[in-house]
Design a protein around this ligand. Structure first.
Ligand SMILES: Nc1ncnc2c1ncn2[C@@H]1O[C@H](COP(=O)(O)OP(=O)(O)OP(=O)(O)O)[C@@H](O)[C@H]1O
Ligand SMILES: [Mg+2]
Length: 255
């Protein structure tokens, strides 16, 4: 049995004179939580953009569930189960938490293999179904009491949580999170670690970019360390953290 969900093979992306991603290879195992670390400018976000289809790679291959996706538009990648979180825009801040959840979930589900949220029998109308699902997801994140608040009134951390909650409306198989803990207070960040681990138990796979080394260590099974466009080190968080190259990157030694 094959265990990888995402395979990035020798992918390259050049911006004029900058080789942002340079023959980069990465494997993300099914139902694993993989942390992606590296100094500022190492190429992490660009790699996310290549994986999710916001940029097209100059060369290399990307496979998701054994399907080549490097020519697939972003929405199709989302449809087959790969979703990335984004910051909430101003327009959404004038909508309630629940209305934010209800935006665009219809007919976008990928594989239904773990449509875990609908436990409650037959609900005929699609909108009722979406609402039921939204409420169950909000409940999972302990945000049910905030459902009627304007998203704009939430704290930075709660907005990040809402963003993650929203992405679950389309039943992703894999979530890519770009610095989910940045600007989140320590109490909420600890809760986020627990939610991510619980979602993994339900079958989800995560790739997480994060500069907060204690938190990414806590949440990840393995860390991949990126430097100058390449993954140069992979292992358990403890192994990766003690490598001098990683220490240099995080002691302001640059990339
Ligand atoms: N659209 C773009 N046009 C030109 N250069 C870009 C573009 N996007 C990224 N770069 C460059 O590519 C390199 C990698 O950037 P990237 O944002 O991927 O790094 P990162 O690892 O995510 O850094 P950080 O930890 O600071 O977020 C940097 O030198 C950056 O300036
Ligand atoms: Mg980045």
């Amino acid at each position: 049995m094959k265990h990888s969900l995402l395979e990035v093979k020798e992918v390259k992306k050049q911006f004029e004179s900058i080789l942002a991603v340079d023959d980069c290879s990465l494997i993300v195992k099914k139902q694993a939580i993989t942390g992606l670390v590296g100094a500022n400018g190492a190429g992490k976000t660009t790699l996310f953009n290549l994986i999710t289809g916001y940029y097209k790679a100059d060369s290399g291959k990307i496979l998701f569930n054994d399907i080549r996706i490097d020519d697939m538009p972003t929405f199709k990648r989302a449809r087959i189960g790969m979703v990335r979180t984004f910051q909430i825009t101003k327009a959404l801040s004038r909508m309630t938490v629940l209305d934010n959840m209800m935006l665009g979930p219809k007919g976008q589900s990928g594989e239904k293999i773990w449509n875990i949220w609908l436990k409650s029998g037959k609900i005929s109308k699609e909108e009722d179904m979406a609402k039921e699902k939204a409420l169950e997801i909000l409940d999972f994140f302990n945000m049910l009491h905030m459902k009627d608040e304007y998203a704009g009134a939430l704290s930075g951390g709660q907005k990040k949580l809402l963003e993650m909650a929203r992405s679950l409306m389309i039943d992703p198989i894999m979530l890519l999170l770009d610095e989910p803990f940045a600007g989140v207070n320590p109490t909420l960040a600890k809760k986020m670690v627990i939610y991510i681990k619980e979602l993994r138990e339900k079958g989800m796979t995560f790739l997480i970019i994060e500069h907060d080394i204690p938190l990414i260590t806590k949440v990840s099974d393995t860390l991949s360390f990126m430097s100058q466009g390449k993954i140069i080190l992979e292992g358990t968080p403890e192994e990766v953290k003690k490598d001098p190259r990683v220490r240099d990157a995080y002691l302001g030694g640059g990339d």
